[in-house]
Design a protein around this ligand. Structure first.
Ligand SMILES: Cc1cc2nc3c(=O)[nH]c(=O)nc-3n(C[C@H](O)[C@H](O)[C@H](O)COP(=O)(O)OP(=O)(O)OC[C@H]3O[C@@H](n4cnc5c(N)ncnc54)[C@H](O)[C@@H]3O)c2cc1C
Length: 399
């Protein structure tokens, strides 16, 4: 099927941004795309972001993907059944199917409470932050304790800036378990590739915060306990702000307890898999250390605490101002069933738990793409027999 990939900047653009120290949190062996997988010597290490960019560039070259770089999509509208007009800064396209693959992490999300904080306090989000040296001296409040928040809390604290970490719902995860990387077990037990129809509450599964994991050279675990031992202070969820005053919910212990209970359930599941399937000798279950959290203050004054920076590590959101197809809900999220929207010919790829738990991971997108291309092809064939036009010419530059 004739197709084109429109990219507003360059291949692997998302990985050209991000903070300097970012590495994959998935082991290198899990960098697998259809027809190409990591084949270097460090299968169990974690690629720094420049190597992820190289890997994706190499993949685009080797697969001769028809990528049109520096082409920003500015409008998509439907002309008739199975006919779409795609306006870009470099000409317009006529096509019969559209796959929206603009990522699960389009832009950093910052909650409304940020707008009540004094203008004298510098506020950054995950798209702004690059390295600790760019921050003013003085303390840093990091809001959010999922993958990004815990990684940045450690790095900024180690740089000599005292860190206060505001913790909400999170997903605790040891780096290694029973002699293997945790991702090995998630993969082997079929947890990573679990389908949407295999979980009890898909909406809740989709809301699960990212894993508290870091890919580092020494393969360490990173959790609230290890951060607290380093000297990072923990407080509850940031609830409200008034100029320099910040108020935190009294829910830190509860969130820690919930995350621990969830982790135990996951490890039980892995244990059941090991008992049933592993032929090789696997070390016994090691104890997961308790996290000793002392309830932090319910409010602080940023000025009194000499906290000059607030870093919002509160996840990412998506935005589709260019999509004029009526496929968004009231919050602006794409409405789809396993990547298929209500408009025939319009599909999504790369969204969180879209068809499988790993849909928004490099390792998951290949199977989703394979499934969806079958659906897409069937749709094109259906409209071909109706319109008797050729099956090629699915995407055509028209202006
Ligand atoms: C901080 C972070 C860490 C991650 N770590 C891991 C990890 O360890 N392991 C892993 O497997 N995955 C990880 N991921 C997810 C991984 O980045 C994605 O699986 C991978 O980037 C593929 O995503 P994608 O192509 O669907 O979306 P993206 O990489 O987000 O790409 C979307 C592309 O769409 C382009 N675009 C957006 N709007 C337009 C427009 N209007 N017109 C044209 N182009 C447009 C953007 O420029 C961008 O290049 C991480 C993500 C983040 C944010």
């Amino acid at each position: 099927v004739d197709h084109v990939v429109l990219e507003r900047a360059r291949v692997a653009q998302r990985w050209r941004g991000h903070w300097d120290s970012l590495r994959l949190l998935t082991p290198n062996w899990q960098t697998r795309l259809p027809g190409m997988a990591y084949d270097g010597p460090d299968r169990d290490a974690f690629m720094p972001k420049r190597d992820v960019v190289r890997f994706l560039e190499h993949y685009a070259r080797e697969t001769a993907a028809p990528v049109s770089e520096y082409t920003s999509v500015r409008g998509v509208r439907q002309l008739g059944r199975g006919r779409f007009w795609v306006a870009t800064n470099r000409g317009d396209w006529l096509c019969r199917s559209v796959v929206i693959a603009t990522g699960n992490c389009g832009k950093a999300f910052v909650p409304a409470v940020s707008s009540n904080i004094s203008r004298n306090v510098r506020q950054l989000n995950l798209d702004d932050y690059r390295k600790p040296e760019d921050l003013e001296s003085g303390g840093v409040l990091i809001v959010g304790a999922s993958a990004s928040g815990v990684q940045l809390a450690r790095e900024i604290h180690v740089s000599g800036r005292p860190v206060l970490l505001s913790v909400g719902r999170h997903t605790r995860m040891p780096r290694r378990y029973r002699g293997r990387d945790i991702m090995y077990w998630m993969d082997a037990a079929g947890i990573s590739s679990e389908r949407t129809d295999q979980v009890r509450d898909l909406a809740a599964s989709r809301r699960t915060p990212s894993l508290q994991l870091v890919g580092s050279e020494d393969g360490r675990s990173l959790d609230l306990g290890s951060l607290a031992r380093l000297g990072v202070r923990l407080v509850g969820r940031a609830r409200d702000a008034d100029d320099h005053e910040l108020h935190f919910a009294p829910d830190l212990k509860r969130h820690v307890r919930l995350a621990d209970a969830k982790l135990q359930r996951l490890l039980d599941r892995i244990d059941r898999h090991i008992a049933k399937n592993e032929a090789a000798v696997v070390p016994d279950r090691e104890p997961i250390p308790d996290i000793d959290v002392r309830p932090g203050p319910s409010s602080i004054n940023l000025k009194h605490e000499n906290i000059r920076t607030v870093l919002w590590a509160t996840g990412y959101s998506r935005s589709y101002p260019w999509l004029n197809l009526g496929v968004l809900d009231a919050r602006g999220e794409l409405v789809h069933h396993r990547g298929i929207t209500a408009v025939p010919g319009v599909y999504a790829l790369g969204l969180n738990f879209m068809r499988r738990r790993n849909s928004s991971f490099i390792d998951g997108v290949g199977r989703d793409a394979e499934d969806l291309s079958r659906v897409l092809l069937a749709g094109l064939r259906g409209s071909v027999s109706r319109t008797t036009s050729s099956e090629t010419g699915a995407a055509r530059l028209v202006a």
